[in-house]
Design a protein around this ligand. Structure first.
Ligand SMILES: [Zn+2]
Length: 162
């Protein structure tokens, strides 16, 4: 009986370890830019580091990027990879910068995140493997129907040159 409980405990511990699972999945993919955790930590702001490297979520309505309407490009805060243009940005009301389409399909890597107990499509920078946010199917129906829900702290805005 004791043995059985131990086995059960081991199974539960293993299957609850979502992080290890995710790392395994990400590990299957080779990203162009690979850096040590220590390097990322020293290069990024503490908030950006938590989001990009540890898949944290910034508080809603906390990012200045929510307000941006000027033409330009949103790039990955870690590596500068071009992700979205202002033309594809829309007001989702969620408090996170939202887009209906990336600059190109190559800009993003879509992974699977089961942190909340169900699968969500995780949006990852295709160049550096940084966590950016999630994508949902409740975006504007008149365009793509997608809602790329981004953490503003994981991006930088580059205004178009006039
Ligand atoms: Zn990146």
């Amino acid at each position: 009986m004791k043995k059985l409980i131990l086995v059960l405990l081991a199974v539960v511990t293993f299957s609850c370890n979502g992080n290890a699972q995710k790392k395994e999945q990400k590990g299957d993919v080779a990203f162009k830019i690979e850096k040590s955790d220590a390097d990322w930590k020293s290069e990024l702001s503490p908030e950006a580091y938590q989001v990009l490297r540890h898949a944290a979520t910034e508080p809603p309505f906390s990012s200045d990027l929510n307000k941006i309407k000027d033409p330009g490009t949103f790039v990955c805060a870690a590596c500068g990879n071009e992700l979205y243009t202002t033309a594809r940005k829309f007001e989702s009301g969620t408090g996170w910068p939202s887009f209906d389409k990336p600059v190109s399909d190559d800009a993003l890597y879509i992974g699977s995140d089961k942190k909340l107990g169900y699968a969500r499509d995780e949006v990852i920078c295709a160049d550096c493997g940084g966590h950016l946010g999630h994508v949902f199917n409740d975006g504007p129906r008149e365009t793509t129907g997608k809602r790329y829900c981004m953490n503003g702290v994981a991006m930088e805005f580059k205004p178009s040159k006039k």
